[in-house]
Design a protein around this ligand. Structure first.
Ligand code: URA
Length: 236
């Protein structure tokens, strides 16, 4: 969609601060638009495929933010954390300023794919139990996982405080003590509780897929990237 707005508005919408602050940054000659310095805050800019830089850092214009992150262990998903740093500290400040939120949460010791956005409808859709977006976890267990444990996970295990048994959508053996477990819900500590319910214990947990979107192998832990249109089509 072609949208033409002032440079001041571009910066403000992308999280660089108040209109007043954005005008100052632009007037100081600290902003380039498609590689050329632009020091006029009122210059009208086509946001389609816009690339700009602020103080030497390159940015793409995104009307709405859709991101993925490979969450490292020892980070918490809440904004105000208690024991560990927050995953929001791994994002550039302007993106945090835009109000992105993570979609669902991973435990502090869980690693892997987590989505973030500032699009309320998208967040709602992705986290709503109505849509049941499947998620795949690579689970390393303390003890080897036998066939009877796999069939219990597939047939449903009774968790405390849940009215009905909960079944995995799929459970694939990867090595004697590692499985790929696919779940449609995202209940509190669900993987750990399901594995405990079959008398085993999670040693490490890595989310490798949401919907049809795989955690990219070239996205290191602690790093993030924008979701492409093709990534988004794998989610909705
Ligand atoms: N299940 C868990 O037990 N922990 C997570 O972080 C995600 C799913």
């Amino acid at each position: 969609m072609h949208k033409i707005i002032s440079l001041e508005k571009v910066l403000q919408k992308q999280g660089f601060g108040s209109r007043k602050l954005c005008r100052i940054i632009i007037n100081n000659g600290e902003v380039t638009v498609n590689d050329v310095v632009c020091d006029n805050p009122d210059e009208m800019i086509d946001t389609n495929h816009l690339r700009f830089s602020v103080r030497g850092e390159n940015w793409e214009y995104h009307e709405t933010s859709y991101l993925m992150m490979n969450k490292p262990a020892n980070y918490e998903c809440s904004r105000k954390t208690i024991h560990h740093p927050t995953i929001y500290s791994l994002l550039p400040y302007p993106i945090v300023q835009r109000g992105v939120q993570c979609i669902g949460r991973l435990d502090e010791d869980t690693t892997g794919l987590i989505l973030l956005s500032d699009d309320g409808q998208f967040i709602h859709k992705m986290s709503s139990p109505k849509h049941n977006v499947p998620k795949v976890y690579e689970v390393v267990c303390k003890h080897d996982i036998d066939h009877s444990q796999i069939s219990k996970l597939l047939n449903g295990v009774q968790l405390m405080d849940e009215p009905l048994p909960i079944a995995a959508l799929a459970c694939e053996s990867i090595s004697p003590n590692t499985i790929h477990l696919t779940l449609s819900e995202g209940k509190y500590h669900q993987v750990k509780r399901m594995i405990a319910a079959v008398s085993n214990r999670v040693v490490s947990l890595n989310r490798i897929k949401i919907g049809d979107l795989d955690l990219p192998i070239d996205l290191p832990q602690g790093k993030w990237r924008w979701l492409s249109d093709s990534d988004l089509s794998k989610l909705i």
